[in-house]
Design a protein around this ligand. Sequence first.
Ligand code: GTP
Length: 357
Amino acid sequence: MQAIVLVGGEGTRLRPLTYGTPKPMVPIVNVPFLARTLERLYEAGIRDVILPAGYMPGAITEYFGDGSRLGMKITYVIEEVPLGTAGAVKNVEEHITGPFFVLNGDVLTSLDLTAMMRYHGEKGGLGALHLIKVDDPSAFGCVVHDAAGRITRFVEKPPKGSEPTDEVNAGTYLLERAVLDLIPPGRNVSIERETFPRLLAEGYSLYAYTTADYWIDLGRPEHYLQAHRDMLTGAMPFRLDASESAVAAGGAGIVPPVHLGAGVSIDPSATVGPHVVLGPGCRIGRNAVVKGSVLWEGVIVGDGAVIDQSIVASRSSIGAGASIGAGSVIGHDMVIAPGSFVEPGSRRGPAAPVVSG
Ligand code: GTP
């Protein structure tokens, strides 16, 4: 079995974080998100992965190389212009030899891929789509199916109150190779808006694989923070990097759950937690307070600074006595002046990408 992980999006909703780091490389509890996805594929016995990329692909290729470090074979196909979620799949056609998974690169889920393979084997048809039930389906692609699981309709982001179902497309598909014949080449094509509806219209069958798994789309800062809370509390299981520590008991000023990268230093008078992840080499000064936040590597927090429910990207420095209001996102290499007040919900970063290729 092969897998295509879609990693070519610009991640506009995560800006300014994605100005310095492409979304698949954004750290989730200090490990690039894509590494966690590849781990899941490996656990399902998948060793052959194709990555259609396009936005800052260099950061991805440098980290994963040919995949041998993970015991996998990784093939990169770089798009000159974004081809969309189905166009990207069509564009890697020559590498696909049989049935294959397609994974949205920004979904964090506990979905058991092996069980999904079994389900597809039982149901047949051209593919199986992972669905989950959500409280507010109006923000998602709703998928309607019959009692046997056969999909009958796709309704993209229906107005509130008119949703036909609470089951939505969760961004993992298991498809037969024949699907590739139904995607037009050389242009931008959306798999959810164009290809799947077309399959149904032409009489092919797709099956719904609905599970109650943990599932979150990391595309928005608030979801990114939520995912961290869920991992720290155990709602979403994850594996630790060997060099790091989950601080379960709590030390001086540490309010669990907290996760610390290698080489972090925290002044004993500071308060860190609950629900905090500190990247490798972060330094937290005297009487500083960090709660409900994720700091990437090398972030410096000055004496008496306060960071509340926010994300701070690599190497940024928060001046002494500064206050970062809830819901803020601070990009890479930013300097927040001592004593300044960053309004809740602020985004501070460069005006455009700072890393190319
Ligand atoms: P936003 O700009 O914030 O919407 O994020 P995004 O660009 O990642 O788009 P979206 O979240 O809708 O994408 C879902 C998944 O498909 C992500 O894993 C993207 O990386 C990927 N993706 C979206 N468009 C393309 C594309 O044109 N080419 C490739 N290769 N991947 C894509």
